[in-house]
Design a protein around this ligand. Structure first.
Ligand code: FES
Ligand SMILES: [Fe+2]
Length: 343
């Protein structure tokens, strides 16, 4: 079947222009230009007067990458023929014309894009964004510590990675070597609350908390309650908050996936926890453990040779146990402006 008939979403889909995508850690962007691909196109990012600015990495004259030019206080000078552009985008000088010639109207860069810095990450929307950046209240709470994972490059379309993040049925199989061994095979009955094109899925259950030191002293029961809260904001922003109800511990895992090129994604993730007492060592261990889990997931995700992620309900076989990921797929469709009344 041709990809169109299957309604596949690939990482370069134009509709993804109207959403925020993560592009870098804030610390990665300084006053020298950095080229970053989003939706298969190159953009140049740099910091000017403390704000991150982005343009398409292309000079309108002969298409040379702007990033090889000079980024000065008041203008950008293209490295090829020296055209100068003000930061609003318009050309202000074309050296080959001397002082005389008229600068054509079309001699301008793309308008600067909407760039937001949040959670120590940089986000860009190439068109008016249709969704905000996901809220993580714990991030600014002084009782919580933040630990960033390394950035992962994945040979897969973003939607598969988002689907995987929301999926619990794979835990006992893919994560056998880390946390999956004691996990239940039967998927619980998640409560799903939809809010526009976003949703929250919650599930409370019992589990064996072998990491709780008070279990070993007999002060806490081994079998404790845990609440999982998954949140989704389109197209590829996700969090999982784990509340350990007996200890008051909270571990929130964030997941921001950038569509860099066709079947090529970049993954930014950080942990926000209140149960590590500010210990850098403990956070380092928690981050390393989470990275191991992501490596297990990517081994499966990269093994698919997919042209895109099936958006239609008929693209995959769904069971009752796939309600959360089915909701993700439907919300993503809605966010992209598709009619889902056929579902
Ligand atoms: S390509 Fe940029 S000035 Fe000619
Ligand atoms: Fe996983």
């Amino acid at each position: 079947m041709a990809p169109k008939e299957q309604n596949l979403l690939d990482n370069r889909d134009e509709r993804l222009s109207s959403f925020y995508h993560v592009v870098a850690r804030s610390t990665d962007i300084d006053d020298s230009p950095t080229t970053i691909s989003i939706l298969g196109r190159d953009f140049v990012f740099f910091r000017r007067q403390d704000k991150v600015v982005a343009f398409e990495d292309r000079c309108p004259h002969r298409g040379a990458p702007l990033s090889i030019g000079d980024f000065c206080e008041d203008y950008i000078e293209c490295g090829y023929h020296g055209w100068k552009f003000g930061y609003e985008g318009a050309a202000i000088e074309i050296p080959a014309l001397g002082g005389e010639g008229t600068i054509p109207k079309a001699a301008r860069l793309s308008s600067p894009y909407s760039v937001v810095e949040k959670y120590g990450l940089v986000f860009v929307a190439l068109e008016e964004p249709k969704a905000q950046i996901i809220e993580i209240e714990e991030f600014d709470d002084p009782n919580f510590d933040v630990g960033y994972l390394e950035t992962f490059e994945a040979r897969q379309h973003c939607a598969f990675l988002a689907d995987n993040f929301l999926d619990v049925a794979h835990f006992p199989f893919v994560h056998k070597a880390t946390f999956g061994d004691g996990e239940e095979k039967v998927v619980g009955d998640f409560e799903i609350v939809e809010d526009g094109t976003s949703f929250t899925a919650t599930y409370e259950h019992s589990f064996s908390n072998r990491e709780d030191p008070l279990v070993h002293t007999g002060e806490h029961e081994l079998v404790q309650r845990r609440r999982l809260t998954y949140r989704y904001v389109p197209p590829f922003q996700l969090t999982l908050r784990i509340d350990f109800l007996a200890t008051g511990g909270v571990n929130t895992i964030s997941f921001f996936i950038a569509p860099t090129a066709e079947r090529s994604s970049r993954l930014y993730s950080f942990l926000v926890r209140n149960d590590l007492g500010g210990s850098k060592l403990a956070m380092g261990e928690a981050v390393a453990y989470e990275e191991k889990i992501i490596v297990e997931d990517l081994a499966i995700q990269e093994a698919y040779n997919a042209k895109g992620f099936p958006l239609s309900a008929s693209g995959f076989v769904n069971t009752r146990a796939d309600r959360v990921t089915s909701t993700f797929r439907r919300k993503l469709r809605e966010a992209l402006g598709e009619d889902t009344s056929d579902e």
